[in-house]
Design a protein around this ligand. Structure first.
Ligand SMILES: Nc1ncnc2c1ncn2[C@@H]1O[C@H](COP(=O)(O)OP(=O)(O)OP(=O)(O)O)[C@@H](O)[C@H]1O
Ligand SMILES: [Mg+2]
Length: 412
């Protein structure tokens, strides 16, 4: 065990890999001392489905980082998958009862309470309510109804819900592996600490993390997290498409993607420039063109970016986000993806790679796949006084629920 105050540890439980990074706080940033990585077995899309396997994967990734750093660690910051937070649209209605039917603060609170009372999926808890608009006697589009006159007050709201029990499972697996959870952080919020500047969060920006199994989106404005959203498509879908298109194994398809995957137009080349692909068992190998691979990869990437655009462009803040888009996660390494995203969004797009104020094993983490893990370290440095366990006398459920509320509350 190590209670060294200057040591900070991040553990990212991704869809495809569990990453761990051990760093040391130095004057001008973080000195990276150890990095570990292991396939995420026991989790499905960041949700624990098998405790023992998850514990083993955590141990493998942590041991590797500890070996490299030459020290054992005790406490760590862990990221939880974006799907632990889900937005649901809701609506509340109340009668305005005060003198002259003037809407008061208390009517607004009542209408928000009534929106909250809708039926939620069993695994979800309400952690935050964001009013989209108020409606007075049928007249919509009102942002601040206090002081106006009306019989009936309605509100269209976004209900931010959290999968509290499922986050508790993550904490349990980390403890079973022998580590203390200093704090849990929503993955896209963690990534923002490593690949967005304070200025970008202030003037407004979008973080899109395209990982293996999921695409996470987060909107930042006025220095705050305003919205998160996730859908279940990512780099693994591109690999599957290549496997089907070229009739090859998942391992070979992944290799082809990493070596030759691109969404850039391919200039016509001669046959001799073909790529050798291993066929399925007993089929021998064959040659395919660069163009064919591009034709398989591009439509899937377009689909992912178009879905992200459709979701994000509905947000009322969308047109104000002048810092544009920061793409991160392993799939952001795909050749030509930033240019394609610029075409789809009509906004400036850059690739988020954690490099700022990092020394030591910098090369190992200067990779979009490590945005979340390095972000956890930076979050840990900034919030080192904060401990998840500090809510004494409360159950773990209340502790995790409280932390989820804080992610949003402190940002509004
Ligand atoms: N050079 C590359 N070109 C294209 N794809 C890549 C490249 N390098 C990695 N990837 C893809 O990135 C994906 C993994 O990304 P990442 O490590 O960010 O995922 P994760 O954090 O495990 O998953 P998630 O964030 O979805 O939970 C894999 O599908 C992998 O094939
Ligand atoms: Mg990830």
């Amino acid at each position: 065990m190590n209670d060294d105050k200057d040591i900070v540890v991040g553990l990212d439980l991704g869809t495809t890999k569990i990453a761990s990074v051990i760093g040391e706080v130095v004057d001008d940033g973080i000195n990276i001392m150890g990095v570990g990585r292991y396939p995420s077995e026991g989790l499905r899309k960041g949700i624990v489905i098998n405790i023992d396997k998850t514990v083993q994967s955590i141990l493998k990734a942590m041991r590797e980082a500890e070996m490299m750093a030459g020290k054992e660690v005790g406490g760590l910051y862990t990221g939880i998958a974006g799907d632990h937070i889900r937005n649901i649209l809701g609506r509340g209605v109340v009668a305005v009862t005060g003198v002259d039917n003037e809407v008061t603060e208390s009517d607004v609170n009542r209408v928000l309470e009534s929106a909250k009372s809708m039926a939620l999926p069993v695994d979800r808890e309400v952690i935050h309510i964001i009013p989209n608009e108020f409606i007075l006697d049928g007249q919509g589009g009102i942002r601040d109804p206090v002081g106006m006159f009306s019989q009936r007050l309605e509100a269209n709201v976004v209900i931010v819900t959290g999968a509290v029990n499922s986050a508790k499972n993550i904490c349990k697996c980390v403890s079973k592996a022998g580590y203390e959870v200093n704090d849990i952080v929503l993955q896209p919020l963690a990534s923002s600490y490593s690949v967005l500047s304070e200025e970008e969060k202030e003037i407004g920006s979008i973080l899109i993390d395209i990982g293996g199994g999921t695409t996470d989106m987060a909107i930042f404005y006025n220095g705050s997290l305003r919205k998160t959203s996730v859908f279940g498509l990512g780099g693994e879908n591109i690999t599957n498409d290549i496997g089907i298109g070229l009739r090859t194994s998942p391992t070979e398809a992944e290799r082809i993607k990493l070596e030759y995957g691109t969404v850039k137009e391919i200039p016509k080349k001669g046959e001799e420039d073909g790529i050798m692909v291993q066929g399925l068992s007993g089929r021998g190998s064959k040659q395919v063109s660069h163009e064919l691979i591009q034709q398989i990869v591009k439509p899937r990437v377009e689909e992912i970016l178009t879905l992200a655009h459709r979701e994000l462009s509905q947000d009322p803040l969308y047109d104000l986000l002048s810092a544009g888009i920061i793409l991160t996660g392993g799939t952001a390494k795909l050749e030509g993806i930033a240019e394609l995203a610029e075409d789809i969004f009509g906004m400036p797009v850059s690739i988020g790679i954690p490099t700022e104020n990092i020394t030591g094993l910098k090369d190992a983490v200067s990779d979009p796949s490590f945005a979340t893990c390095v972000g956890l370290l930076r979050y840990g440095v900034l919030h080192s006084g904060r401990r998840l366990q500090e809510v004494k006398g409360k159950s773990m459920f209340d502790t995790v629920l409280k932390r989820m509320k804080q992610w949003f509350e402190e940002f509004f």
